[in-house]
Design a binder for this molecule. Structure first.
Ligand SMILES: Cc1cc2nc3c(=O)[nH]c(=O)nc-3n(C[C@H](O)[C@H](O)[C@H](O)COP(=O)(O)OP(=O)(O)OC[C@H]3O[C@@H](n4cnc5c(N)ncnc54)[C@H](O)[C@@H]3O)c2cc1C
Length: 500
């Protein structure tokens, strides 16, 4: 398994991409489902949350012949973390993704296909292949500096850590955090350049640093997505550039099977009461909804907070699992300039003396992307992203810091004409960006996240995926799986989970 991502499959996919992009923008994203429907008193299933997991769960119930369900969603639209912003000065505005931007892993030959990749093709999403591992320009705090050999060594180090995790798992040895694994292998980064390269392999993917990240969970997550030999999809990353927004694939899919009475938008769930027979959900607007089953698809960050109260409190084993997963923040800071003055590669990697300080710069002003837009974005994660959240949109301070770094790369860089960043950690509907497993990873915690409580309260979402946590395809497959299990239980009570 290796991350040098140029292959024949990549070339073939590039040809396919041409076709995908050509037909784009022909489907409507969300039809008349933006209105809150009348709430039925009692349904078979309540689906709590209308992100990828919730919508796919609803579609799966429909496919199973069960249409007596309602999706309850706080926002006025489907998509959840698949969310956009219109960014740029008047006359030069673009729809940009503040949440997920890539389909990670597609399909290799007739091997397993990433279901989000299939959904994207079904709804003619405009995508462009990203070459994230060779198309990089290197900088440090003194300006341009080609440390590509260091980068290649960091790819090997990550690969070796993944292999080490597999060997230790087979030998029944304990998991290590990635920092310990790198120390053990004698490859812990020391210089700012080595640290920036390590950041690119670890923090940029898991949104937290090596000491905070489980090697075993990272290995599963990586292999099952990117490595066909290990059952993964492919090592191809497809960037969404669709001006309808990435969420269009969820919204357009919902419009194929839902009707207005199956959706309650603009309703924030505040309590979930459950017993051995049914579940009752209260929303902040006073709706009282009862169902035989409820599927909770809220993020791990929401479940870790007190935004939603479970009555009775969830059992110990469930609370332990929810408390064990991490929900770090991954922040993209978008900048627009009068015109482009930076590198022609997709990525600029910057090594600061402080690890994690504005390290990954991605150009959107490229042919095939938003050529002529003057837009670039810089990504920060984990502790540094938390620091930005504490600044609480003090855009002047953020701009000062960002420009200080950019001027180390380009001393004559002008001030931006626009700048914007989201606040994922502060958003009560998400409380973080996506889940990740920490140093104390215990596989039982991952399994227990999805296990139903009292036979009627079910859980799904990216975080409940043992193989694909953090990813859109994890959310998709978990929503599908939970709904299939709920349908099986409705059709045959003997297939219901225990009520204790
Ligand atoms: C910055 C960022 C970058 C990412 N990049 C990628 C990427 O490139 N590729 C990738 O595969 N994945 C990426 N992800 C992860 C991806 O977005 C998630 O895995 C996926 O969207 C999760 O879907 P979900 O249905 O599990 O959860 P969500 O999308 O969180 O859906 C849950 C829904 O519940 C609703 N909700 C929450 N609380 C309440 C309440 N109290 N009452 C009612 N409704 C409520 C929310 O509004 C939301 O719609 C990224 C995420 C972020 C934030």
């Amino acid at each position: 398994m290796f991350r040098f991502r140029v292959s024949l499959a990549t070339v073939l996919l590039s040809l396919l991409i041409g076709a995908v992009a050509q037909d784009a923008n022909t489907t409507v994203c969300q039809s008349n489902l933006t209105m809150a429907g009348a709430a039925p008193n009692n349904t078979k299933v309540l689906i709590l949350g209308g992100g990828m997991a919730g919508v796919i769960a609803a579609r799966t119930l429909h496919e199973q012949g069960i249409d007596d369900f309602v999706i309850v969603e706080a926002k006025p639209i489907f998509g959840g973390r698949m969310a956009q912003t219109k960014f740029g000065v008047n006359g030069s505005q673009y729809v940009l993704e503040k949440g997920p931007n890539w389909v990670h892993g597609t399909q290799t030959g007739s091997g397993p296909a990433n279901p989000v990749w299939l959904l994207a093709q079904k709804h003619n999403l405009s995508m462009v292949e990203s070459d994230l591992f060779t198309n990089i320009t290197f900088f440090d705090y003194n300006g341009p500096n080609d440390y590509s050999a260091t980068f290649d060594a960091s790819l090997t180090a990550f690969n070796d850590a993944i292999v080490l995790a597999g060997e230790r798992w087979q030998q029944n040895k304990t998991d290590l955090d990635l920092r310990s694994a790198y120390n053990y292998m004698g490859v812990a980064p020391k210089t700012p350049q080595e640290q920036a390269c390590e950041y690119y392999q670890i923090d940029y993917v898991y949104a937290q640093d090596a000491s905070q990240t489980s090697t075993l969970a990272a290995a599963w997550n990586y292999n099952y997505t990117f490595v066909p030999e290990a059952g993964g999809f492919s090592d191809v990353d497809m960037l969404c550039v669709d001006q309808r927004g990435f969420a269009c694939i969820v919204q357009a899919e919902a419009a194929t099977f839902l009707n207005t009475s199956q959706v309650l938008f603009n309703q924030i769930v505040k309590t979930i009461q459950y017993n051995q027979n049914e579940v009752t959900v209260q929303t902040t607007d006073g709706y009282n909804l009862t169902a035989d089953h409820a599927l909770v698809t809220f993020s791990a960050g929401v479940l870790q907070n007190t935004d939603v109260v479970f009555d009775p409190v969830l059992p110990d084993w469930k609370r332990e699992a929810i408390s064990s997963i991490e929900m770090p923040v991954y922040t993209k800071i978008f900048l627009q300039f009068e015109k482009k003055f930076w590198f022609d590669t997709g990525v600029g990697l910057y090594a600061d003396q402080q690890r994690g300080r504005y390290p990954i710069w991605e150009s959107l002003d490229l042919p095939g992307l938003f050529n002529g837009s003057g837009i670039i974005f810089v990504t920060v994660t984990g502790d540094y992203a938390n620091y930005l959240e504490q600044l609480n949109k003090n855009i002047t301070q953020v701009q000062l810091e960002v420009m200080e770094v950019l001027r180390r790369m380009y001393p004559d860089a002008p001030d931006p004409i626009d700048i914007w960043l989201p606040m994922w950690g502060r958003d009560p509907l998400f409380r973080g960006s996506y889940s990740s497993w920490g140093a104390s990873f215990v596989p039982e915690h991952a399994y227990n996240l999805s296990v139903p409580v009292n036979g009627h309260l079910w859980f799904a979402g990216e975080a409940t995926s043992v193989k694909y946590f953090g990813f859109l395809h994890g959310a998709y497959l978990e929503g599908q799986n939970a709904a299939n299990n709920i349908a099986a239980c409705i059709k045959n009570p003997q297939r219901c989970p225990p009520t204790t």
